[in-house]
Ligand binder design. Structure first.
Ligand SMILES: Nc1nc(=O)c2c([nH]1)NC[C@@H]1CN(c3ccc(C(=O)N[C@@H](CCC(=O)O)C(=O)O)cc3)C=[N+]21
Length: 302
């Protein structure tokens, strides 16, 4: 059997269309334009990939997009001063500080300096606590995108066995909280998990978020399970005609072998990545509605 492809790219386009409609209404009825500020310190390659698509898509849905590119040697005080300025700026409803930050900057300190109401990444400690206790919060974009695809594919997730591979604050932990919120039985597995293949084999839903290229083979997947591949790994792919090195993107799942066993699977590229950006736009819209005391868009938050 070949698994159904869950088309994140197409799904993301429908999310952006919904966002664009709401943005247009906000403008027409209230004269408000949602604004997103992205702060990039230094030149992490993964972040650059992300920033490129993001600025373009923010404008395409009718929002204001502001980019602050800071030198890799920027001091913590200067970065905190910029965040403070953005916190006070009424035209900015979402603030995203690209991670990872250069090593001399304290990530926790910087993230927790963002106004939680503008924390569209959902990484601020108060949003983490709100999510963990089932209260209204800003939900991290990647897990939110994964949840939207899972709900769309399955309807209810209630009672399903879900295994999240990876325990990061950015994906693994919030993903587990969201699945628990949808009444899954959730296991968080990681590099020290004993008998990882057997743990994964129990799962009706597998979310792979470890950052290791093609680490999960089809033989680990329960027949018919749904596989969400969060990994975006750039690997060597031989040489181009002109002799220069070629690369390609692969996920944390071995797509070819997993396709033979899984019931449904997200591809890389074209799966979780585009949904992450679409959810960033959705979160910016949500933040804008909340701060203005307006009704939140339906279907764009949990
Ligand atoms: N505070 C913060 N929040 C983030 O959400 C964040 C971050 N920092 N730092 C960097 C990573 C990386 N990231 C990506 C999102 C989408 C794609 C994406 O859309 N990828 C395309 C492929 C793009 C290509 O072709 O290279 C896809 O999967 O189809 C990639 C990478 C968000 N990140």
């Amino acid at each position: 059997m070949t698994a159904t492809r869950i088309d994140g790219k197409a799904f993301a386009a429908t999310v952006r269309e919904k966002v664009a409609v709401h943005v247009a209404n906000l403008k027409a009825e209230h004269g408000i334009t949602p604004g997103l500020a992205v702060v990039l310190v230094g030149e992490d390659p993964a972040s650059q990939v992300y920033v490129r698509s993001k600025g373009k898509q923010t404008q395409e849905v009718g929002m204001k997009s502001v980019e602050h590119k800071l030198d890799a040697a920027t001091s913590e005080a200067d970065l905190l001063a910029l965040i403070d300025k953005l916190n006070r700026d009424e035209t900015i409803h979402g603030i995203l500080v690209q991670l990872p930050l250069p090593k001399h900057l304290n990530e926790d300190l910087v993230i927790n300096a963002i106004d939680p109401a503008k924390d569209v990444d959902g990484f601020h400690i108060s949003n983490v606590g709100l999510l963990g206790t089932g209260q209204k919060s800003m939900v991290p974009c990647t897990p939110l995108g994964c949840l939207m695809m899972l709900r769309d594919h399955h309807g209810s997730l209630s009672g399903m066995d879900a295994v999240v591979i990876g325990r990061s604050n950015i994906v693994g932990k919030p993903m587990a909280q969201l699945l628990l919120g949808d009444s899954c039985t959730v296991t968080i597995a990681h590099s020290r998990t004993k008998d990882l293949p057997d743990v994964v084999r129990r799962a009706d839903i597998v979310v792979a978020a470890v950052g290791r290229a093609e680490m999960v083979p089809g033989s680990w997947i329960k027949p018919g399970a749904t596989v969400i591949d969060v990994g975006i790994n750039r690997v060597d792919a031989g040489l181009k005609d002109d002799g220069s090195p070629k690369t390609r993107l692969v996920g944390d799942v071995d797509f070819a072998s997993a396709c033979e066993i899984a019931g449904a699977i997200t591809p890389v590229p074209g799966g979780v990545g585009p949904m992450t950006i679409a959810c960033l736009l959705a979160n910016t819209l949500t933040a804008c509605c909340r701060v203005n005391g307006l009704a939140e868009p339906e279907g764009l938050t949990v």
